[in-house]
Design a protein around this ligand. Structure first.
Ligand SMILES: [Zn+2]
Length: 118
């Protein structure tokens, strides 16, 4: 299950970012996942819950923002959804395009530190 290795990488990176920010407890992490990144959000969420134990993210929630895959057609300056499975064909001029604008993202966009204990 490759989501587990991705979740582990996200947790390690978020843990580093949180510590660099001077916090060792994280409430939530937001990641952007492109439609073509090859990650199943539900599986990632499950893997996150397994992998977070014993880290600064032990109590953290995972928010997944899904990014639709969009390709660009230069000749008609048109951005179009490639869908899933991806189909790189401009719907306006009926020609192939392989210029992917978005859809391969796999990145942390936000970390929410846990509130200090009262
Ligand atoms: Zn076109």
């Amino acid at each position: 299950m490759h989501e587990l290795s991705i979740a582990t990488a996200i947790i390690e990176r978020a843990d580093e970012m949180a510590r660099a920010d001077g916090t060792d407890s994280v409430a939530a992490v937001t990641v952007r996942v492109g439609e073509l990144a090859g990650v199943v959000p539900d599986a990632l969420g499950f893997a996150f819950e397994v992998a977070r134990d014993g880290t600064a993210l032990a109590g953290a929630r995972l928010h997944v923002e899904q990014v639709p895959a969009q390709a660009w057609c230069g000749p008609c300056a048109e951005e179009f959804a490639v869908g899933m499975p991806p189909f790189f064909w401009c719907p306006r001029c009926d020609r192939p395009s392989t210029e992917l604008r978005s859809g391969r993202e796999l990145e942390i966009t936000a970390i929410e530190p846990a509130p200090a204990p009262a």
